[in-house]
Design a protein around this ligand. Structure first.
Ligand SMILES: [Zn+2]
Length: 467
């Protein structure tokens, strides 16, 4: 179907919505009940501030999913796990009984795994809001033309097993099989998956767990997430309607110099091959290069998150422990994370950054090894019609909203890039709610019950008007 036709149809849905009174009710106490129960799973102490660890395919992630499954099933939803352990909780599908059914499904997805010492709300807020939004529409007894489905993706975070979006990528058959050998907590990802009773061989073969007709039937896919930045909080705004998502290119850069006496060796690259000095020059030059591109109007962010301190790398390079105050450094490494919401910008800037790194190394007589450690493409535009629909839903409910770009990646970006049989992509949308001080991936991560409730109400209003 031509994107414009899809757009027209959504506009029609949006118009129906205009005439519809807000009829979906979500009790704020349900939101707090679910958060309270989830706060007992994978918690590292009694208080929220003690943080959480629900690793990908861990007992804790499974327990959190089982809690949500039990809540959904007791309200009439049907749960099923796919072959790798993603959970789909759906309104019953009975075409015989419902003549008006289109055979399509509207999904709300997110995740319940956390980074090590993470918080309760990254992922959790989206699942709680999604569950309550779907149950509110079900309870309204509206006749459904399209099924509603909550999707809990496994292993979204790269904080365990290094790779991001593991469950959603596996569902569509695009998870790089090499990540099965990644290790966290002493076990490989393959063992973690098999340990929870699921099948890693599909990932090995690049086979999707979802049949093509299931992918074709997805009429729209929503995700709600805490903002992980301060824009909404500072603007005192209830709802963010996300227009694009930045994608990353990530590298580990290792510089090989030569150990030498710090007193006896003259300065200058003719005599010294100083890995630490090369790293310092390179990082400063990269910052200048990125600032130049930003000044030229490009969307870019760049971060050196690790220098010489990564446990996994240090195990491979024990010479890092042979550094000394009286030694020209023989080895240095740093990580580089480059992100943009535009694929062409991301690719051309990455090329410039990598040649700068090579040039600096040559200039300072240091050998360089550049390792790509992960990347995904930006999502340049989420579905414009679903953005309109969310904005209108917020307006119907009397909430403030604004459009913004997401700096962090989310499962919805994986879903957005999958093709249906007719060549179109799945229409996707992302809702942000404010989180305290923009903090996430941290035990201090916090969103109020009220913020999550408002997000859930917007989701209910949006899905309720197109199902
Ligand atoms: Zn998340």
């Amino acid at each position: 179907m031509h994107p414009l036709m899809r757009c027209d149809r959504t506009r029609k849905w949006a118009l129906e919505n205009l005439a519809m009174e807000t009829q979906f009710i979500i009790s704020p106490s349900n939101i707090s009940k679910h958060l309270k129960e989830l706060s007992k799973i994978g918690n590292l102490g009694e208080r929220l501030e003690d943080g959480f660890l629900r690793a990908s395919w861990s007992d804790e992630e499974t327990a959190a999913m089982e809690y949500i499954r039990a809540q959904g099933e007791s309200a009439g939803l049907q749960g099923r796990y796919d072959a790798v352990g993603n959970l789909f909780l759906s309104t019953p599908f009975d075409k015989e009984e419902n003549e008006t059914s289109t055979g399509e499904v509207i999904q709300i997805g997110s995740h319940l795994d956390t980074v090590p010492r993470g918080g309760l709300f990254d992922g959790g807020a989206g699942i709680v809001a999604g569950l309550e939004a779907i149950l509110a529409v079900v309870k309204s007894e509206k006749a459904l033309k399209r099924r509603l489905e909550l999707v809990i993706w496994r292993g979204e975070e790269s904080g365990t097993f290094t790779t991001v979006f593991k469950g959603s990528k596996a569902a569509f058959g695009i998870l790089d099989a090499s990540c099965l050998e990644n290790v966290y907590g002493g076990v490989t990802l393959r063992h973690a998956i098999e340990g929870q009773g699921y099948d890693a061989s599909l990932i090995e073969q690049g086979t999707a767990t979802l049949a093509q007709d299931s992918i074709d039937s997805i009429a729209a896919h929503f995700e709600l997430h805490i903002e992980q930045a301060t824009k909404l909080e500072k603007d005192n705004c209830d709802i963010g309607v996300v227009s694009s998502i930045r994608g990353p290119r990530r590298f580990r850069i290792t510089l090989y110099g030569e150990a030498a006496h710090s007193g006896a060796t003259p300065m200058g690259s003719k005599y010294r091959s100083d890995a630490n000095l090369c790293m310092a020059h390179t990082i400063v030059a990269l910052d200048g290069l990125c600032s130049q591109h930003i000044a030229g109007g490009k969307d870019l962010v760049q971060t050196v998150g690790i220098i010489n301190t990564d446990k996994a790398v240090n195990a491979r390079h024990p010479e890092i422990y042979e550094s000394a105050i009286t030694k020209v450094s023989p080895l240095a490494y740093f990580s580089l994370d480059i992100r943009s919401n535009n694929k062409a910008t991301l690719e051309s800037y990455t090329q410039s950054a990598l040649s700068l790194i090579q040039d600096k190394a040559d200039e300072l007589s240091v050998k360089v090894e550049i390792e790509r450690v992960g990347s995904s493409d930006p999502l340049e535009q989420l579905d414009p019609c679903l953005q309109d629909l969310l904005e209108q839903s917020a307006r119907d409910l009397g909430y403030s909203s604004q459009r913004l770009s997401s700096g962090a990646g989310h499962d919805v970006a994986v879903v957005a890039q999958q093709r249906k049989s007719d060549g179109t992509t799945i229409p996707t949308a992302l809702v942000f709610i404010p989180c305290r001080k923009g903090i996430s991936h941290n035990p201090m991560e916090f969103a109020t019950d009220d913020a999550i409730h408002k997000g859930a109400m917007v989701l209910a209003q949006a899905i309720g008007s197109i199902c």
